[in-house]
Design a protein around this ligand. Structure first.
Ligand code: AMP
Ligand code: ZN
Ligand code: FE
Ligand code: FE
Length: 285
């Protein structure tokens, strides 16, 4: 059984529509895929409607969090999407992305880059707007050769010349909200160092004590030594270990199913969740 628990669609900063994503997941030989758009569940309905036979969808979201000035991402699975407190927090984070993107555009304009809000919204559509959309606009303008080249100090990296902070949830509060909505929490790419400062092990220990369920260990941005270290830490703290692609369509080089999660771990995630059930594909659309 091949299980990929972290992907993005056009509901945030991926390039596949939710329907394309589930079709591509089935074509890639996956049996289970989680749709985890940044701070939104908006893609779920379309993904469910298009779900091919033989593929199961795990509904989820990747929540933007920050503690002690360090940004981190919390994967939340199988929570009740209607639960009001978590819904309100997702909306707060998502809505703040709009003025924040506009401020980043103003900073780029001040740096002599003629990018406009119209260009960025054309790229983002109705997806949760983020730096990858602005990065795509910069590629279109010939400012940088690839999306990833926009994530440097010169441009959009954390602390970079055109970077602006966004509202991010305290991760302890995120865990509390997700649990109250019946969901399961896995800390995404905890040691992806090229994105900026990463979460200290002491914080991971505290998050585990606060109810964190797992760590995403097998991820393209973790080298083998880092994975070994994180696996050891997960063992010590009694955390589940997951692996996933963090697929973003053509905005990243990774492919669906390039990293996967053990079926036993997947089973445990589904046993712990009470907010929603995995959706088996009927092959309808
Ligand atoms: P935002 O949520 O708007 O702050 O943008 C952060 C997102 O940008 C992350 O979730 C990744 O999807 C993407 N990202 C971060 N660093 C890179 C990179 N070096 N190359 C490509 N995408 C990146
Ligand atoms: Zn993303
Ligand atoms: Fe992430
Ligand atoms: Fe992600």
């Amino acid at each position: 059984m091949r299980i990929d628990l972290h992907t993005h669609s056009t509901a945030s900063d991926g390039t596949d529509t939710p329907a394309e994503l589930v079709r591509n997941a089935a074509a890639a030989g996956l049996h289970v895929v989680a749709l985890t758009d940044h701070d939104t569940t908006r893609g779920h309905a379309e993904a469910i409607a298009a779900l091919p036979e033989g593929l199961t969808l795990v509904t989820g979201a990747e929540l933007s969090c920050r503690a002690d000035g360090v940004s981190m991402h919390m994967l939340a699975y199988l929570f009740d999407p209607e639960e009001p407190a978590l819904l309100a927090e997702r909306e707060l984070v998502r809505d703040d992305r709009v003025p924040r993107a506009k401020t980043m555009i103003a900073k780029l304009n001040a740096l002599g880059v003629p990018v406009t809000w119209e260009q960025v919204t054309r790229i983002a559509g109705d997806g949760s707007v983020g730096r990858p959309h602005i990065a795509s606009a910069l590629v279109g303008l010939g400012v940088v050769p690839t999306v990833s080249d926009a994530f440097t100090e010169d441009w959009l990296a954390d602390g970079g010349r055109a970077w602006v902070e966004k509202h991010e949830t305290d991760p302890f509060e995120a865990i509390r909200l997700v649990k109250a909505a019946g969901g399961v929490c896995v800390l995404a790419h905890p040691a992806a160092a090229k994105r900026g400062r990463t979460v200290p092990e002491s914080t991971i220990t505290e998050l585990a004590a606060a109810g964190l369920d797992g760590l995403e260990v097998d991820h393209m941005e973790h080298d083998p030594d880092t994975r070994a270290r994180l696996r050891g830490l997960a063992g010590e703290l009694g955390l589940l270990v997951t692996g996933s692609s963090d697929y973003h369509g053509s905005r990243k080089t990774v492919s669906l199913g390039e990293y996967t999660t053990d079926p036993e771990v997947y089973g445990e995630i589904t046993r712990r969740a009470t907010g929603a059930f995995p959706v088996p594909g009927a092959g309808g659309a």
